[in-house]
Design a protein around this ligand. Structure first.
Ligand SMILES: [Zn+2]
Ligand SMILES: [Zn+2]
Length: 356
């Protein structure tokens, strides 16, 4: 029988790995290698995390710090001396070590095999995670913009329109927080409308299309060459000039002899409800260019259905507490809330919940 010895420590062993006993092999041949300086990066503004040279969106600030350390460990890690190594990285803790840094700790669990034997190693690592600025936030800080989104009306925008439109634009930008250049660099309130200077031309275009889909109206795009970048590619600046339609949702207009209410506007088309026949129909937006606008949603008076007898509906309005009768073929019920519009001596029942 052949006796076997470890070539390093001389210990007698029947199961050598290469020429070494298990202990010597683990001590001298197996190692978990990590770069000396492990660093993770989190954007202090948008909490994006740097992963393999790219800034990626993350969750809460805590999650971002944890992820940044994790990315640094998993990118730098090399296991030597084991076949089929499996590495588990578990987060232990993160604490603020300076105004700009966190010190994070992870536990590495490495499993693999050497010479047919299962081997498991475990060790703790520390990663410094630095708060910095991602490219997108750097651009924002320098007031960079690729596009101007101009919002205009047919008349100067009302306060209500300004508020609604600004909120919509901000909401859309906020929803993409952490995406490249998704920010408003600046905003100019003008008499005729609002100009938004937006970091990403793609995002500006998406918002402009959303405005058209939601409110109708028109969009004109123009581009201007503003220079060259370092690689000689031309740098363009985009202008998305959006104009609200002349009529808006809820407006009551006169088309010939018909009094109609605007139900919806979308991509150049207007859905209307004839307030006498209660039939709805659509027209191209252009055909309303000269229609008389009788009233807007804000002129409506609230009321309630108080009686329904054979297609005749009695409505009590809540302003002067007068009653009105309408002969309309709608299955309304007593107690239904409705809205009325009084023009001169006529009253109109606006689109009900059954018609909107
Ligand atoms: Zn040995
Ligand atoms: Zn950022």
């Amino acid at each position: 029988m052949t006796r076997r010895f470890c070539a390093r420590c001389g210990k007698r062993s029947e199961r050598l790995i290469g020429a070494l006993c298990r202990e010597c092999y683990l001590e001298h041949e197996v190692s978990v290698e990590l770069p000396k300086r492990l660093r993770g990066y989190v954007c202090r503004e948008c909490k994006a995390v740097l992963k393999q040279g790219r800034w990626e969106r993350s969750g809460s600030p805590e999650e971002a710090v944890e992820e940044a350390g994790f990315a640094a460990v998993s990118q730098g890690l090399r296991v030597r001396g084991l076949s089929r190594p499996e590495v588990g990285i578990a987060f232990i803790e993160a604490r603020r070590s300076s105004p700009r840094d966190y010190l994070t700790k992870y536990r590495l669990e490495v499993k693999g095999s050497a010479g047919g034997e299962r081997v498991e190693l475990s060790q703790e690592v520390e990663v410094r995670v630095r708060l910095s600025l991602c490219e997108s936030c750097q651009r924002r800080a320098s007031r960079y913009y690729e596009a101007v989104l101009q919002i205009r009306g047919h008349a100067p925008l009302t306060e209500r329109e300004r508020k609604e439109l600004s909120e919509l634009v901000r909401r859309e930008v906020e929803a993409r927080r952490g995406e490249d250049r998704a920010f408003i660099s600046s905003l100019e309130e003008r008499r005729e409308g609002i100009d938004f200077y937006i970091g990403s031309a793609k995002l500006a275009k998406q918002i402009a299309s959303l405005l058209v889909a939601k409110y109708g109206g028109t969009l004109k795009t123009s581009t201007k060459l503003v220079g060259m970048d370092e690689s000689g590619k031309s740098v363009l600046r985009y202008t998305y000039a959006y104009r609200l339609p002349r009529v808006k949702r809820g407006d009551v207009v006169k088309l010939g002899e018909r009094v109609c209410q605007v139900l919806r506007l979308s991509r150049g088309s207007v859905s209307l409800l004839d307030l006498a026949t209660r039939r709805s129909f659509s027209l191209p937006e252009k055909q309303l260019a000269r229609a008389e606008i009788l009233a807007g949603e804000e002129d409506a008076i609230k009321g309630m259905v108080t009686e329904v007898v054979r297609g005749r509906v009695q409505v009590l309005e809540f302003k002067d507490y007068k009653t009105f009768y309408f002969d309309i073929p709608l299955p309304l019920r007593v107690g239904d809330e409705v809205r009325l519009l009084k023009i001169g001596r006529s009253a109109y029942l606006l689109a009900t919940h059954l018609e909107e």
